[in-house]
Ligand binder design. Structure first.
Ligand SMILES: [Zn+2]
Length: 186
């Protein structure tokens, strides 16, 4: 897959892609449990994109609603699948979709893109968070935000994509001291 042409895909293109991806991934009448939803894109499953230890602990369902499924399918198609293909090893999703209840339990932001299926927190073995964030930028895939977290704050990379408005292409670092600071790959 060539990454560069994706830069030219605007919001309209991403929304159109949503229809195509959605049509392929969710035949009508399919049971809406995470397990039954099966695979997403080439490399991911709904189980890993919506797994939540907090949901398990609280006994709440963390199955993404249809709109969040569509958003997550786009994130996989435009960002996570190309990243997985580029690194040639597992992209581990520590947190993808979060229901309102789960997001509250893990102390997520009230406006978290995780709650609408637009964000994932990821790790790749052999990459620091900063290296992984820099790789995503270098792949020239569209994204709304790429944020790499200091080890003290999880050491993961948060990446998001939206079809609701133009993507910001914002790159940030979340330092140990708290908050967020501007960051660009070296
Ligand atoms: Zn996140």
């Amino acid at each position: 897959m060539k990454a560069a042409p994706l830069l030219l895909v605007g919001v309209g293109g991403i929304a159109a892609m949503a229809l195509l991806v959605g049509a392929a991934a969710s035949p009508p009448g399919r049971a809406a449990t995470r397990e039954a939803l099966g695979r997403v894109g080439r490399f991911f499953t709904w189980a890993e994109l919506s797994a939540s230890s907090a949901a398990t602990r609280l006994g709440v369902d963390n199955t993404p609603p249809v709109a969040a499924q569509r958003a997550m399918e786009l994130l996989v198609a435009y960002v996570l699948d190309p990243l997985r293909a580029a690194v040639g090893r597992a992209v581990v999703v520590s947190s993808g979709f979060r229901s309102l209840e789960v997001n509250g339990a893990v102390g997520g932001s009230e406006t978290s893109q995780h709650m609408i299926g637009e964000a994932a927190d990821i790790f790749v073995a052999g990459f620091t968070a900063e290296q992984l964030a820099a790789l995503i930028v270098r792949l020239r895939v569209p994204f709304d935000q790429v944020i790499w977290y200091a080890p003290e704050r999880g050491g993961h990379v948060h990446v998001s994509l939206t079809a609701r408005r133009p993507n910001r292409g914002e790159t940030l670092h979340a330092p140990a001291a708290g908050g967020y600071v501007a960051w660009s790959p070296a």
